[in-house]
Design a protein around this ligand. Structure first.
Ligand SMILES: Cc1ncc(C[n+]2csc(CCOP(=O)(O)OP(=O)(O)O)c2C)c(N)n1
Ligand SMILES: [Mg+2]
Length: 803
């Protein structure tokens, strides 16, 4: 036997090495079988980690309790190596099993190999994140995992450097946690990757990013993806130098088991200890099965490449290494490989059975109802006979719930309506459908928002209190004094953004607070909206209370992809297991010109369902929303009205304490002729018009909806319409934008059409972007005169004799 010399002692234990070999083989077999399951039609889509097994096993060895992962769809071996995933769950994911008890990571809502580990209990309270290995939930958009990774790593920095946080031992052990990231070579072409690398270098956070370089992004080779064809070469300028902090770069080969183990041990230890971001460029990685089940790689890889991939298959190479090292014989290894293959096959069998059985039970119950019916009339109908529909259903070899529901609904409309015996059948079918359909729908519909007692919707409102001497101050001071209270009350609260720190924000709403609370809590960032958002998502996942500041609403577009794909879906795609209660603070609606006056609220509300959207009319309301949100556990956006920082508001006596409830509109003016529904900066404009209209004998009820999501949970608008019978929806969004949304809420959800005596109207900004200068604003956005004229015209049409 050869002496074990290639690796430090702790890694050379035979049983461990053989367990690694078995895991690599198990993972490979899962990929192979998984692909077949899709190609044979049993599963819809599959994407697998073949070729990336060994690097992930090496990486997992350095992953400790409390650490975090932000990876992508190739990471099945890594997850299994950390005991966070197994061969049976692999098939539950592949088939899309919606039983949360057995497919907890995603409940069948997302593609396979998209993982998650809970950060909250089912009652919404935080888990002890230090007693588990943590994985943020994967998303499919390439490089989308990177900004979040920055935040996960940044949390370690805050937990280490802010000594006041050392007591939060269920969230961090003084910041010793590494955030591990993985990404494909081609996805490094995305802006998110570069923004994250730069920010990580600036912030000096313990992010450990592995690039699996298999040379392709689907069919497109590296030559079209990466300058000079090497991500580590072109990142050289980011590398740390004496006295110039940066990142560290490590290079490894995807098939080199001992080399990778040593590489990760070295890289992760410095990353953990010194909080230096590290990049592992893992080259010579293969993809034996091609990109995914969507096609075959023979279409675009040369013969030579395919041959090379076979030769450099990491499992083959590991096998040779084990034999050469004298750790085990070829026969022993073959036995292990066979055993791994058997497990994969058994898991497929079990997984398929577990997927199919409940559906078949449901189907059999349906067919029994049909077969045992007493009504036999109308056997032949327009579509098909009842028996035929049932027979066809039974003939489906691998039924899905859709088949059952389609059959039941078709039968329902084919049952005779006259026969006295049909009552039973109809009732039973309806019962079956109601039960099963509700159950199936809830598999997909629940958990868009926090459903536990920690929901912001359960936070008890507290009204602002005023006394005789409550002073009138500029709106920004309300925010500032409110923040002051919040920062002393919540130790986990931090805020960060462009110009947020030293000068306290472009509108001075944090003036002087950095001095008081320190740079770690009120922090300037680079101009990088996507990673400001990612920074917030990562912090929120780790139990901190971040407020990420996006300087202007117009610039939220840089972060919109992540808001929509990542933050808005965090709770949903993890079937309620994870929460990221990030607050995004921004300001918008009205200032100056095309890029500082935007109010693209429909763009927002239509892409961020899953996040609450608050559109306060002034800074008191804005402060009240922050106060509410910090008492709850939900992600939310607060859009401060840009033109309100200097306008005077009365300072509430209970600053920092009052809480404005979400989803409850406020009636600003009681009226009887017509209701104006609006929010944000147009509340002030509407109020002005309401005064002018009063002089003309028109009594307007003015409603500020306050939050767009949730929207008027108690039907306050409907109550008003019942009285006035006329509605105008007003805002600064585009025609057909948020006003259309509000109109639909009233007409369809609240049933308001019943009470309308005039056609409802919308008044919005023009279709073009808001032009420069006061005249540009006046002629681009709705103004008080527009509101006056619109309301007057509506009244004139309704009561021509009077107006
Ligand atoms: C933003 C975005 N664009 C395109 C896609 C489609 N897509 C999925 S994977 C992929 C290639 C990724 O290649 P690479 O990063 O090298 O990872 P690999 O699959 O090779 O491991 C593409 C283009 C996507 N998911 N997201
Ligand atoms: Mg690739």
């Amino acid at each position: 036997m050869k002496k074990h010399s290639t690796l430090p002692e702790q890694y050379m234990k035979k049983e461990k090495i053989l367990a690694d070999f078995r895991l690599a083989n198990l993972s490979r077999n899962l990929s192979i079988i998984g692909r077949r399951e899709v190609l044979s039609g049993k599963a819809k889509f599959g994407i697998f980690g073949d070729g990336k097994e060994i690097v992930q096993i090496a990486m997992a060895k350095q992953f400790r309790d409390g650490d975090w992962r932000s990876g992508y769809y190739r990471d099945q071996t890594w997850m299994m190596a950390m005991d966070l995933y197994d061969s049976l769950e692999f098939f539950h994911q592949l088939y899309g099993n919606t039983d949360r008890r057995i497919n907890p990571g995603s409940g069948g809502r997302v593609f396979n190999n998209h993982f998650s580990v809970p950060n909250i209990n089912s009652d919404g309270t935080w888990l002890d994140l230090m007693k588990q290995k943590n994985s943020s939930a994967d998303i499919s958009p390439t490089a989308g995992q990177m900004p979040r990774l920055l935040g996960l790593a940044y949390a370690s920095k805050l937990f280490r450097q802010n000594k006041e946080l050392h007591g939060f031992t269920t969230l961090s052990n003084k910041g010793n946690e590494v955030a591990f990231g993985s990404i494909g070579d081609a996805s490094t072409s995305e802006g998110h990757f570069w923004e994250t690398m730069n920010a990580a270098g600036v912030l000096q956070v313990p992010a450990a990013i592995s690039v699996y370089d298999d040379g392709y992004g689907i069919s497109v080779p590296k030559v079209y993806q990466t300058t000079k064809g090497s991500i580590s070469d072109i990142l050289k300028g980011f590398e740390a130098e004496p006295g110039r902090p940066g990142i560290l770069i490590f290079r490894g080969k995807g098939w080199d088991y001992p080399g990778l183990i040593k590489l990760y041990e070295e890289g992760i230890s410095v990353c953990r200890k010194d909080h230096i971001p590290v990049l592992f460029h893992i080259d010579e990685v293969t993809q034996p099965l091609g990109h995914s089940t969507s096609g075959s790689h023979e279409r675009y890889k040369s013969e030579e490449r395919l041959k090379w991939e076979e030769e450099f298959d990491p499992i083959k190479k590991m096998r040779v290494w084990i034999i050469n090292e004298g750790i085990a014989s070829a026969e022993e290894l073959d036995g292990i490989a066979a055993d791994a293959e058997a497990e994969a096959k058994e898991s497929r069998r079990k997984g398929w059975e577990m997927f199919q059985n409940p559906i078949k039970v449901e189907r059999d119950a349906l067919v029994r109802i049909i077969n045992e019916r007493s009504c036999r009339c109308q056997e032949e109908s327009r579509e098909s006979s009842v028996d035929k529909i049932a027979e066809d259903l039974m003939r489906i070899i691998a039924p899905i719930r859709k088949d059952n529901f389609m059959a039941a609904r078709k039968i329902l409309r084919n049952i005779c309506e006259t026969c006295s015996k049909s009552g039973n059948l109809m009732e039973e079918l309806h019962g079956w459908l109601k039960r099963n359909y509700a159950d199936a729908s809830s598999s997909y519909d629940r958990f868009l928002y926090n459903e536990t007692s920690t929901s912001a919707l359960n936070v008890k409102p507290i009204a602002p209190v005023y006394s005789e001497n409550s002073p009138e101050v500029p709106g920004r001071q309300i925010l500032r004094d409110n923040y002051d209270k919040l920062f002393s009350k919540y130790p986990l609260l931090v805020t960060f953004g462009e110009d947020t720190g030293k000068i306290g924000g472009v509108n001075q709403s944090l003036e002087g607070l950095q001095k008081k609370y320190g740079e770690l809590r009120i922090t300037d960032t680079g101009i990088r909206e996507a990673t400001i958002l990612g920074q917030g998502i990562g912090l929120a996942l780790r139990g901190m209370r971040p407020i990420a500041e996006i300087q202007y609403l117009d610039y939220l577009m840089y972060a919109l992809q992540l808001l929509s794909d990542d933050l808005a879906t965090t709770h949903y795609r993890t079937v309620g297991r994870m929460i990221a209660p990030l607050i995004i603070s921004t300001r918008g609606h009205r200032l100056e010109g095309i890029w500082h006056s935007g109010s693209p609220m429909s763009m927002l509300i239509n892409s961020v369902r899953g996040i609450y959207v608050c559109a306060p009319r002034d800074m008191t309301q804005a402060a009240g929303f922050y106060n509410t949100l910090l008492e709850g556990n939900d992600p939310a956006i607060v859009i401060e009205p840009l033109n309100g920082y200097r306008l005077k508001e009365r300072m509430p006596d209970n600053i920092g304490e009052f809480r404005i409830p979400l989803g409850i509109p406020e009636v600003m003016n009681v009226g009887s002729d017509l209701t104006i529904v609006t929010y944000g900066s147009t509340v002030r404009i509407a109020a002005e018009a309401v005064k002018q209209l009063e002089l003309h004998d028109i009594s307007v009820e003015l409603i500020d909806v306050q939050t767009l999501i949730p929207f008027d949970s108690h039907g306050i608008i409907l109550d008003s319409i019942r009285k006035t019978n006329r509605a105008l929806f007003l805002d600064e969004d585009l025609p057909g934008g948020t006003t259309a949304f509000m109109l639909q809420e009233l007409l369809e959800k609240q049933g308001g059409w019943n009470y309308l005596d005039s056609p409802p109207k919308t008044l919005t900004a023009k279709e073009h972007r808001p032009a420069y200068t006061t005249d540009g604003d006046y002629l681009s956005k709705p103004n008080a005169e527009d509101v006056f004229d619109t309301v007057y015209a509506m009244m004139k049409e309704a009561v021509p004799a009077k107006y």
